[in-house]
Design a protein around this ligand. Sequence first.
Ligand code: ADP
Length: 556
Amino acid sequence: VHFLMTYLTTSVSERVVADLRRDLFDHLVGLAPGFFETGRIGELGSRFSSDAGRIQDVIRFGIPELVRQGLYLAGAIVLVTITHAKLTLITMIAIPFAAAVGMAFGRRVKRFSTRVQDSLALAVARAEQVFTQIRVVQSFGQARAESHEFSLEMDRIRDTGLERGEARAVLVGVVTFTAFAAVVVVLWQGGRLVLAGDLTPGTLVAFLLYAVTIAGAITSLAGFWSNFQEAAGSAERIFELLDSQDTIVERPTPRLLENPRGAVRFQDVWFRYGPEQPWVLEGVNLELLPGTTVALVGVSGAGKSTVASLLPRFYDVTAGWITIDGTDIRDMSLEQLRGLIGIVPQEPMLFAGTIRENLLYARPGATGAEVLEAAKLAHADGFIRGFPEGFDQRVGERGVTLSAGQRQRIAIARMFLRRPRILLLDEASSALDAESEGLVQDALSRLMAKSTTLVIAHRLSTVMAADWIAVLDEGRIRAKGRHPDLLRRSFVYQRLYRRQWQAAARKVEWPSYATPAADAPEVVDWSNIPSAGAEELSSPAVDESGPETLPFSSQA
Ligand code: ADP
């Protein structure tokens, strides 16, 4: 029986918790990215591990105990009732009292337990951040301060844990005391009955044995109750997460585009990150004809990344429309929409695994030949072959670390595998070494030739190669046009040019920064710029000797 019980509860608890974790993951992984921006990522780990673990423990150890003690209790109650109904009634008076104590302290246990779990989740999340950013922590000499903060948090958790322990102790203690007090009452009343001749001593002894069994069972149940309350707190947290609503929802019957051409249109798009937040985009209009490249430029904070994240519906527009081939993207299926779009982020991240696995992430069914071809097109095959294990080289955890330029080329190779109709490109703002730079640019231009491209541009060469440029400033498109044209017409663009590219244009004077071949398109002679534009620039805010024109600012 014991074997059967253990087997049963283990298998049930494993299944229940595996299902719970699975459901939680399924739910979370589909949520809009906005959900993960509220500092929750670190806490989520605790929900998966310790909260789910608590529920598992209650099922595995608590349920058998509940069944066993419940049976003892029921059996013993039947027996005492048969033995002597009147004495039983006296004992039963204790039960409501024990139940009341259980309720009150059960709630306390649950409250403290949730508090412990929450603080622990936060502390673990902080630790995770510290370890992933260990260089920042150490370089600022904050290791000790972090230790101290963590230690204080542990003290707080310990204190709350102790309070939880006290609540448990009171709960179990009072219930036990009540139960055994009832036994004493039985002894006393029973003794009187025996003296009066209404009860045989043998019956009293039997009765007492049953009463002790009942008291023991009630005591165990009190222990179970407090464990159950802790698990209930954990379950509540998990269900809260499962109930979190997704902000991005698909239509019940989405429209499917046939042969999408990749014409993208932003129509009077207004956007803010939340009802309480300021407007980030205020009436943006953009039209990208199929196969063209549009460069989006603007100072940092202008809203460029926001524009880009609206297209794959990481967020929905607050007002206005975004269409692809004339269809509102909210009417499309998310699968088709995201299938059309390829994203090369500013700082591509790779999953821990082999290079091949990382490439296949873009298109799981690709053949070895296709992977190789994509790597070649992205100028990535050279360095990949250089690794001892080639395409099967592990990267990330327990593997080699790739340089920024190499990671970018992997990200570009992914795009060659995916061949998206629409390409969202967030150009790296930090300078790569000259060789990587040239290879990345070359690979990108090949990729861009085949898709409609919206590029958040940081490089003069990109801006000059684009079909046209949109100048974004404080959430509005201030000007559209080509480079020479904008330099003449747009004050915002002129300012941007001075800040970001003028120094880059002079980079040739810094031999260690530039090789003419790779940087050639960036070499712009300031004297070529029409004097009309230059005159408009005589704003006092622009100081040639100021920090804005240091060579480094081109990388900011
Ligand atoms: P850019 O890409 O041009 O540097 P962003 O689109 O990143 O500009 O940011 C535009 C504005 O939106 C900034 O003021 C920024 O603080 C705000 N912002 C960006 N992302 C978020 C977010 N996830 N939640 C709230 N505000 C955000």
